[in-house]
Design a protein around this ligand. Structure first.
Ligand SMILES: NC(=O)c1ccc[n+]([C@@H]2O[C@H](COP(=O)([O-])OP(=O)(O)OC[C@H]3O[C@@H](n4cnc5c(N)ncnc54)[C@H](O)[C@@H]3O)[C@@H](O)[C@H]2O)c1
Length: 448
């Protein structure tokens, strides 16, 4: 009999997971509380940009394997496996994770859940959350010990979400009992057959794997950005330094790109929540370095403006026309959560500059949150009359733009390559003055 799966919370993680589970042949219902998102999903329209996902979602809706609802009770009573994919954002004014969405999801399931169902958390949570959720469930339904809990962290990358979900580097499951393991082995049977490592562990370890992975990635990025600061002070070139480091197979070259730093809905809030949770359980010192990782990352944003001031030869940005290339936190996504590019755009606006933002996909999202900034949908219109371009999200469109064409549109040919990916030789040949974080500077710029 076809396995019935519910996916509670259908944002970037849940919509992808729901479509992927349906693609594997299961019968899937996605549960969503946001009326706008739900209506869009029910019409077969993805409410966010993720390459290739909408097609797979639509084909599974048409095949009758995938549907979306706001009826959590009905989904709870129907599904054998209930995947929890709700958001776990940073709590307002605090470093820790806001678990209220997970609590609400459990409360909505509790009274209706199918006998013997398995609740599988996929959201990124502080260690100990599964136990808290299970206790909350049992407090509401004291006799429902037939319902089991497991944790199955998700490692997908936006921009590659479907591919990462269907063919992940590894599947990690944290379980308390053999029955739950057997059920999850059957859910992930296609991945196991493909030879993808399937790691079975206790629940605390499963919860920790995700935050540990994100902490490692954040640390690697901040490490090279710290080296960028040193290079700037010493007159070195961080891109050559990174290349030389990356050839060491123990280090590797991935996530070793100095620039404006990391952002998004995961890394920043995950390292903060991890540090906060570690503090609560008496292990705060072990991850105190994450505070420094965060600070290095946030300093990068000011640094971009410091470089802009050097290039404009003006400490005062009032009235200067600045064009920010990119609003999303990474290319191939419209996700603007904690986007370094937008943060720099806002800093420039606050410093009095006239800011225009361009992005191939994220303008509507950015406009909703920052209506005070100017926006242009075409690259040409965005750069026309600019005194400096800040290249902050490495969309292919910017890398493939012809510097000679753009030269003819701007008021001054200044550009900061905040991602260190543009061909500096090509841009200078076309007449541009370019600076980039961590590269040898024509002038000493105070770090900070
Ligand atoms: N986005 C990623 O790349 C990614 C990758 C791995 C893990 N994660 C983790 O996955 C979780 C979700 O992230 P996201 O990016 O998908 O967030 P998101 O905000 O895009 O999606 C969460 C969705 O859950 C819905 N929701 C909230 N409460 C609900 C409820 N009670 N019932 C039904 N729906 C509810 C929201 O309306 C929203 O659509 C987070 O913990 C995140 O850290 C995200």
């Amino acid at each position: 009999m076809t396995l019935k799966i519910s996916v509670i919370g259908t944002g970037y993680l849940g919509a992808t997971h729901a479509a992927a589970m349906a693609e594997l042949g299961y019968s899937v219902v996605g549960v969503e509380v946001d009326a706008g998102r739900l209506a869009s999903l029910q019409r077969g329209k993805l409410p966010f940009y993720e390459p290739g996902l909408e097609e797979v979602m639509v084909s599974n809706i048409e095949a009758g394997r995938l549907r979306f609802t706001n009826d959590a009770a009905q989904a709870a009573a129907w599904a054998d496996v209930q995947f929890l994919c709700v958001g776990t954002p940073q709590q307002k004014g605090l470093q820790s994770a806001d678990l209220s969405f997970a609590f609400a999801a459990i409360d909505a399931l509790a009274a209706h859940i199918k006998p013997g169902a398995l609740v599988v958390g996929k959201s990124t949570v502080p260690v100990g959350t599964t136990r808290v959720l299970e206790q909350r469930f049992l407090a509401a339904q004291p006799h429902r010990t037939d319902v089991k809990f497991a944790w199955n962290p998700e490692f997908l990358r936006e921009g590659f979400a479907l591919e990462d979900t269907l063919h992940p580097d590894r599947v990690v499951i944290g379980i308390n009992d053999a029955e739950s393991e057997a059920l999850l082995r059957s859910v992930y049977a296609p991945m196991i057959t493909e030879g993808i490592p399937f790691i079975v562990t206790d629940i605390a370890t499963a919860e920790l794997v995700k935050v540990a992975a994100n902490s490692f990635l954040a640390t690697k990025i901040s490490f090279i950005n710290a080296m960028a600061e040193v290079c700037e002070a010493a007159g070195g070139d961080v891109t050559t330094l990174a290349e030389a480091l990356g050839h060491d197979v123990r280090i590797g070259n991935k996530f070793l790109h100095a620039g404006v730093g990391f952002g998004g809905g995961c890394l920043p809030k995950d390292i903060r929540a991890f540090a906060a949770r570690a503090e609560e359980i008496g292990a705060g010192k072990a991850v105190a370095f994450l505070g420094e990782v965060d600070q290095i990352n946030l300093r990068r944003r000011d640094r971009i403006l410091a470089l802009a001031r050097v290039l404009l030869n003006d400490d005062d940005l009032t009235g200067r026309r600045i064009t920010v290339l990119g609003a999303s936190f990474k290319p191939d996504s419209d996700d603007i959560r904690d986007s370094p590019s937008l943060a720099v755009a806002v800093l420039a606006h606050e410093a009095g500059a006239i800011v225009t933002v361009h992005d191939p996909k994220a303008i509507l999202n950015a406009q909703r949150v920052h209506p005070e900034l100017g926006y242009e949908h075409s690259l040409e219109d965005a750069v026309r009359g600019a005194e400096i371009l800040l290249h902050l999200t490495e969309w292919r469109e910017y890398r493939s733009a012809d510097p000679a064409d753009l030269f003819n549109l701007v008021a001054l040919p200044n550009i900061i390559d905040g991602r260190n990916v543009l061909d500096h030789g090509q841009w200078s040949q076309a007449g541009w003055d370019m600076l980039a974080p961590g590269r040898t500077l024509p002038l000493r710029v105070p770090v900070g």
